[in-house]
Design a protein around this ligand. Structure first.
Ligand code: FE2
Ligand code: FE2
Length: 328
């Protein structure tokens, strides 16, 4: 027995060494390849949080579909919100290749055990918020997701390629709403400014805690899951977005914001991490409402899931293929 244990330990070490060599050589890890348990767990956590964010993220904007100011804007917003549902589905499928079932992940979301991006716990108070979300929130998502296309785990990286193309359309539609408002009446410009005032700081928080406080960052980077640090991405976002706000004639709500010629970047004021922690802990303005909406959707969809499984059994299809997943 003891010899067997030693042999198993040796095999694990060898597997781990080969795994790290592959990561460093930029060779993708695929579902059937050996991977450390911690790598699998970290990916399931990150991919499912990402999937939940796409799904919960539909709610604040869906709030405005029926009130979009024109038919064209309504069509664009509908397409955008549908894209987010698709993103959620690709990502749940990517998580399924790691052995986590979609039902299990959904139940973690509904029970409050799993997290999603804290930004979706803020309310959309005006049509300008739909513009600000596309411009800033999808803009920040792109900044986060472009490097993830090179993620060491194949299914996640490949899902990101398509997602990023769609996010780029989302960002542009948001900017276009802001542009139209900023070229409009005084009241419309005020709406746009008010939306920027409310979404700016939560958008900066989307990149996660500062590097020195980020618990999972270092290991995630060593495993090639994460390619850039939170602070690096946040800085890139600020540098890219400030000139866009200037173009729109809007003012970023930060008195400390200043171009640093020496460093070639914008310096910005301190982020209220206490607010971030409070929203993450479930006390944001809309946390309860968001989970209640997902719970209602889950319960309302029970008849459909049951019907799908019954049809799959009757037709001889496997449950997995009927649900669109191939959990291993
Ligand atoms: Fe998305
Ligand atoms: Fe998006």
């Amino acid at each position: 027995m003891r010899t067997q244990e030693i042999e198993a330990e040796k095999a694990d070490l060898e597997n781990e060494r080969e795994f790290q060599v592959k990561i460093e050589a930029g060779i993708r890890i695929e579902p059937r390849d050996w991977m450390p348990d911690g790598y699998r767990r970290a990916l399931i956590r990150q991919i499912s949080q990402h999937a939940h964010s796409e799904i919960v993220g539909q709610l604040p904007e869906a709030n405005w579909i029926t009130r979009a100011p024109t038919l064209e804007r309504k069509l664009i917003l509908l397409a955008k919100v549908q894209d987010e549902a698709g993103h959620g589905l690709y990502l749940y499928c990517a998580a399924e290749t790691l052995g986590a079932s979609r039902d299990e992940l959904t139940l973690q979301l509904l029970s409050g055990k799993a997290r999603y991006s804290s930004i979706f716990n803020y309310p959309t108070l005006s049509w300008a918020d739909v513009g600000a979300i596309g411009w800033l929130v999808d803009g920040a998502a792109i900044m986060n997701q472009v490097p993830l296309q090179r993620c060491s785990y194949g299914p996640y990286g490949r899902a990101m390629v398509r997602i990023c193309k769609e996010e780029s359309f989302h960002q542009r539609q948001g900017f276009d709403i802001m542009r139209a408002l900023c070229e409009g009446t005084k009241l419309q410009r005020e709406m746009a400014q008010d939306a920027l005032d409310r979404w700016w700081w939560p958008a900066l928080m989307m990149f996660g805690p500062p590097d020195e406080q980020s618990v999972h960052s270092e290991q995630s980077m060593a495993w090639g899951i994460k390619q850039s640090s939170n602070d690096t991405l946040r800085q890139k976002f600020v540098d890219q977005t400030v000139p866009q706000a200037e173009y729109l004639g809007l003012v970023i709500p930060d008195d400390d914001l200043q171009w640093d010629d020496k460093e070639g970047r914008y310096n910005f004021g301190p982020i209220d991490w206490a607010e971030f922690a409070s929203v993450l802990a479930g006390n944001g303005p809309c946390n309860r409402e968001r989970i209640a909406a997902r719970l209602k959707a889950w319960n309302d969809g029970a008849w459909f899931r049951e019907g799908l499984l019954a049809a799959a059994h009757a037709g001889g299809t496997t449950e997995e293929s009927a649900c669109g997943g191939t959990a291993e």
